[in-house]
Design a protein around this ligand. Structure first.
Ligand code: ATP
Ligand code: MG
Length: 398
């Protein structure tokens, strides 16, 4: 496939943005340029509702496709062969070359149909004539190997476009992740743990065009350096789609011990989560994030019952987004397998929640009772929270 020098980018939802469409398209172009920058020289531009990518230097095709198919906003990627001039011979040669480049290693035992679009109407043949001539030339070359025409249900649709002074041939759509380009929808702070759920939640919000930051609550020595490393690895996998993620690592140990020493143990998780949220909200405000994001799903564990979620929510005023709220564990697992975080998520390192959990945590906490317990923290925990925020360490994941 190394002869492919151009890609056509298909995007769907951006097309519905009316007057803002150009803003979305420009941001998508920018994202594509950034992602390809380390790999060679590329030109990326938009033209009549299309985005084109042209390689101006040598590059690794497989690596480029892998990077491009992780950019939100891209629905499909078509490798294109370009005819440098608008003559029939050039169109035919480009089509034959395209077949060799895209199907060469798989053989030619499939059906096809040629579909020509003549945007430049000056070409002496009409679309149907071009369809037929090119179809004929393709058969002449590859019919012996099984290639045949099917105009109703072709396996491969060969698109030939005549635009400006060039012809463009493409036949294959490599699926992208869809969504909206990151940077079109503000910024959010994700509570990222080493589990299966929060990396999926982070991915899902980023997919809607939201730039992501993340916060991890670390409790050394109760949690290991490996647990932190795991969170960083998970964030790095998500950053391949979401772009660079600023991770705030908050040392939570003293706060955790303070809760442990002063509050009823069956409420530990709820009170800890409320303080997670308060710290996350502060970091969100300091970093221009408009919401916090978690990987909670109704009923999954005691701190994720409807009552628990309500009590945790009440600790903050900013919006809390929980994109996996209605998903079953198995659905979240499948999602994480698809995006590539699962294998890392199931590594066995403990996170702080699992160490300090009570055997019988409350499942229907009452706000009044939680507030009463938290009153035992007054005068003790505030300073610890300030210190945790001030000493948070920042690492860029990319
Ligand atoms: P996950 O699979 O995302 O770890 P979980 O099923 O283990 O979730 P909990 O441990 O109850 O569920 O955590 C619920 C949510 O709280 C997580 O999805 C995450 O957003 C956040 N969270 C939990 N622990 C941490 C932590 N140590 N640092 C940052 N966020 C955390
Ligand atoms: Mg967890």
């Amino acid at each position: 496939m190394n002869n492919i020098k151009m890609f056509l980018v298909r995007y769907a939802e951006i097309g519905t943005k009316g007057k803002n469409r150009y803003v979305f398209e420009d941001i998508l172009c920018k994202r594509i340029r950034r992602r390809l920058e380390p790999m060679g020289e590329f030109k990326v531009w938009r033209d009549f509702g299309r985005i084109y990518i042209e390689a101006l230097s040598d590059y690794d095709y497989d690596e480029a496709v892998e990077k491009l198919t992780k950019i939100f906003g891209i629905v499909g990627l078509c490798p294109v062969t370009v005819a440098d001039e608008l003559t029939y011979d050039a169109l035919r040669d480009a089509t034959l070359q395209h077949f060799e480049d895209t199907c060469g290693d798989k053989g030619y035992d499939f059906s096809f149909k040629v579909h020509t679009r003549r945007i430049n109407k000056n070409f002496p043949m009409n679309s149907m004539e071009i369809d037929m001539e090119i179809g004929h030339d393709l058969l002449e070359k590859f019919e012996g190997e099984g290639l045949h025409v099917d105009v109703h249900k072709p396996d491969v649709m060969v698109e030939v476009e005549l635009r400006g002074e060039n012809g463009y041939v493409y036949s294959k759509i490599i699926p992208g992740p869809g969504g909206l380009p990151v940077g079109t929808n503000g910024k959010a702070m994700s509570l990222l743990s080493g589990g299966i759920d929060s990396p999926v939640a982070t991915y899902m919000i980023a997919k809607r065009g939201v730039e992501m930051e993340a916060v991890y609550f670390n409790s050394p020595p109760y949690t290991s350096a490996r647990a932190l490393e795991k969170v960083q690895n998970l964030g790095t996998i998500v950053s391949q789609y979401a772009g660079p993620i600023k991770l705030h690592i908050v040392n939570f140990t003293d706060i955790q011990l303070c809760i442990y020493d002063n509050c009823p143990h069956d409420q530990l998780t709820i009170i800890m989560k409320r303080i997670f949220f308060q710290i996350a909200e502060r970091l969100a405000k300091e970093n221009d994030c408009d919401a916090i994001v978690t990987g909670e799903s109704i009923g999954q564990v005691s701190s994720q019952t409807m009552q628990s979620l309500a009590v945790i929510d009440a600790a903050v005023t900013c919006p809390v987004y929980r994109p996996v709220i209605g998903m079953d564990k198995q659905e979240i697992v499948e999602y994480s397998q698809r995006i590539g975080t699962f294998e890392t998520s199931i590594e066995p390192y403990e996170d702080c929640c699992t160490i300090f959990v009570d055997k019988h945590p409350v499942t229907k906490p009452k706000m009044k009772s939680i507030e009463k317990s938290e009153s035992h923290l007054v005068g003790k925990v505030e300073e610890l929270i300030d210190k945790a925020v001030e000493t948070a360490e920042v690492v860029w994941l990319k």
